[in-house]
Ligand binder design. Sequence first.
Ligand code: NAD
Length: 289
Amino acid sequence: MKIGFIGLGNMGLPMARNLHDAGHEVTGFDTAQVEAPFPLAGSASAAAAGAEVVITMLPNGKILRIVAEEVIPAMPDGAVLLDCSTVDVESARAVAEDAAKAGLGALDAPVSGGIGGAQGGTLTFMVGGTEEAFARAKPLFDIMGQKAVHCGPSGNGQAAKICNNMILGATMIVTCEAFALADRLGLDRQALFDVVSTSSGASWSVNSYCPAPGIGPASPADNGYAPGFAAELMLKDLGLAMEAADSVTADTPMGRAAFELYRTFVDEEDGKGRDFSAMLPRFERRNGG
Ligand code: NAD
């Protein structure tokens, strides 16, 4: 398949490389200098010209809208615009509408799995758009990821992503609170893990990504809290969740509390450049540990 790939950063480059390695004809573009094993074009529209699928992996919705405006007129009739960035639901729906007006298919397909998942081709895609466009893109999801869930019409992939990450943000915070509380109560961390990981308090944050060093499977806590999933990215996703909640006047008190806490952690404390599970040493400090 002829593929244009726009946005070759931490996530985009390994995703594009996996498509290239699988035999697809990839042409890339990024505004920054990048080195890639496939040809690079001089502009987004040049990368999109003649492509059956154009994939975007960009920082935010504002940039996505600018890039989409440029690439949509360059894409051949019936091609699919596949955005894998995490962006606001409104931008995802606006871009899909513009693509449809131009006779193109469009999918919003944000991912879970991080840089490791992008490199290993084990991402999970949450996809919004038509059945037809989903079927066209499915072979590409199978190369870049291990699972693609069709969540409904345009925007629903982004909706699924922000709902998932709102749960993740809140559970990580309360997991960190609980470990710091256990310390103060004289409860051994390993004992807490052994109980919670097999009890009703279990979650991905406890079982698979435990924020306490040396406890549970290897996680960023065992590597000095180097990300992993950076606190800034969690803050971005929680911000998108709050924007979406406001747009439909949904009541999300735990999500809002998580957003405020990550905002403080990143903007006013030492959260920048650290994994989102570094909330545990934050609580330890606040508890006088
Ligand atoms: P990144 O900053 O490493 O990459 C973004 C790339 O887009 C950069 O190389 C940048 O130069 C390029 N870019 C910016 N403006 C451009 C333009 N106008 N035209 C072409 N290229 C342009 O970010 P990333 O970590 O690769 O994340 C990309 C997206 O994936 C984000 O939306 C992020 O929220 C999401 N995401 C990231 C992770 C993660 O762990 N890094 C996990 C899940 C989802």
